[in-house]
Design a protein around this ligand. Structure first.
Ligand code: SF4
Length: 197
């Protein structure tokens, strides 16, 4: 792990900047390859993540791993994190204050990794990073904002009881890695939504 990411991780572990520090078991810093071309950003840790201090290791995490495997990618190749690094009680959606307070860590992770694409998983990350809503309408799209590319897809947790959404997630992840290959090969990629213009 890069030294800068190690510092961010330690700061997250010790963080008491919002009320979630009082109810968490463990903070959950991002994890993965600091040279990754993509950062996956979810909402917040759930029960398994809170117990173990690692992101996306519960059922939703397995859905993400499967989607990655289907695209020929291992989890170790990518970086996975959340907007909020501590579990909200009963898995409620993190409040705006919690999201805004915690977002600095995500900004730091992004500035160290410098991903070609940030993959937004679900509505909370969509709203926190781009001010969007209704991810199911916009999923599968490539977005540009402030010289950063974002790709939108559903949160893996939403696929747990929905076979159709599993297919959607898998298809989107496949498209995401196709886009990354095109970018690496300096090919043209079509921006679906440009927030900069
Ligand atoms: S959620 Fe974020 S800001 Fe709040 S205590 Fe945890 S690490 Fe700190």
């Amino acid at each position: 792990m890069s030294q800068k990411l190690q510092v961010i991780k330690q700061n997250v572990i010790e963080c008491v900047k919002c009320d979630l520090c009082e109810t968490r078991t463990n903070s959950v810093p991002g994890k993965g390859n600091f040279k990754s071309n993509v950062i996956f950003v979810g909402e917040a840790p759930g029960r398994s993540e809170d117990e173990n201090g690692e992101p996306f290791i519960g059922i939703a995490g397995k859905k993400l791993s499967t989607a990655l495997e289907e695209a020929g990618i291992s989890r170790e190749e990518v970086y996975i994190t959340n907007v909020v690094k501590c579990r909200p009680p009963k898995n409620r959606v993190p409040t705006t204050t919690e999201r805004e307070t915690c977002k600095e860590y995500l900004k730091q992770e992004i500035s160290v990794i410098k991903p070609k694409i940030i993959c937004i998983l679900g509505n909370t990350a969509f709203n926190s990073l781009l001010g969007g809503s209704e991810i199911t309408k916009f999923r599968g799209k490539l977005v540009q904002k402030d010289n950063q590319l974002y790709f939108l897809t559903v949160h893996p947790a939403a696929t747990i009881y929905n076979q159709e959404l599993i297919k959607v997630l898998n298809k989107d992840i496949m498209k995401l890695f196709h886009l990354i290959t095109e970018l690496k090969n300096k090919k043209y990629v079509k921006i679906d939504i440009d927030y900069s213009s």
